[in-house]
Design a protein around this ligand. Structure first.
Ligand code: PGA
Length: 254
């Protein structure tokens, strides 16, 4: 049984005040959901220490939006997986399309981040997904297979026993154009089928989240799909009532 996971991705948003209010408001919904669904927020690195303090005593988990491939050393501006772990992170998003695009992160580099996260006790949340042009050219699975294969080559298929995948069609991120539940389900099913070529048990066990304009309105139908195990939520994770409604949708379909 795969336990649903609802994860917020705050991106480059937040103030001390808004983070305090948001985390405080999410503790009770996370506790209520805990028997059936996990709830986590991924925060900009400067806020992670605050989130750790604020979330104490609740079931709310937290993580980072990225992590470096190195644990320490002369890498100005980076965040080490060891440091993230020290501040209580459970998860680290790796390979978000904004990083692949703006920071030119290759599939191989993302695989190294995934490996570094896992080696240091973080659960990597590997983002995969196609651009609008690739979607229209029906290249969705070609793109995703290459993204997954880089990780399988470096870390092995069994590594997905301790990882999460997030399918995020780039054309749906922050655009309000959510993939239909049918499109999302079919891609999630294809991802599982691809992984099953390497190991059927691992493919069945791995959680695959949907991300891309997942909100209080779209989440209920998305989460009803058999291969969608929760959501990676950007914009709608910044408002406690919206994110709480998404958590409730995951619980309802657990
Ligand atoms: P969005 O972002 O929910 O704002 O579309 C999702 C993501 O990029 O993780």
């Amino acid at each position: 049984m795969r336990k649903p996971l609802v994860m917020g991705n705050w991106k480059l948003n937040g103030t001390k005040e808004s983070v305090t209010a948001l985390v405080t408001a999410l503790k009770a919904p996370a506790d209520k959901a805990a028997p059936k669904a996990e709830v986590a927020v991924c925060a900009p690195a400067v806020f992670i220490g605050m989130v750790e303090q604020l979330a104490q005593g609740s079931q709310l988990q937290w993580g980072s939006e990225d992590c470096d491939i190195h644990t320490q050393g002369a890498y100005t501006g980076e965040n080490s997986p060891v440091m993230l772990r020290e501040f209580g992170c459970t998860y680290a998003i790796v390979g978000h399309s904004e990083r692949r695009d703006y920071h030119k992160e290759s599939n191989e580099y993302v695989a190294q981040k995934y490996q570094a996260a896992q080696a240091n006790g973080l659960i990597p949340v590997l983002c995969v997904g196609e651009s609008e042009a690739q979607f229209e050219a029906k290249q969705t699975m070609d793109v995703i297979r290459a993204e997954l294969k880089a990780v399988i080559d470096l870390c092995g298929i069994k590594s997905f026993e301790k990882a999460v995948i997030a399918y995020e069609p780039i054309w749906a991120i922050g655009t309000g154009k959510t993939a239909t539940p049918e499109i999302a389900q079919s891609v999630h099913q294809d991802i599982r089928a691809y992984l099953a070529q390497f190991d059927a048990e691992v493919a069945q066990g791995v959680r695959i989240l949907y991300g891309g304009s997942c909100n209080a309105k779209t989440a209920p139908d998305l989460f009803k799909q058999p291969d969608i195990d929760g959501g990676l939520v950007g914009g709608a994770s910044l408002k406690a009532p919206d994110f709480t409604a998404i958590i409730e949708a995951a619980v309802a379909n657990a």
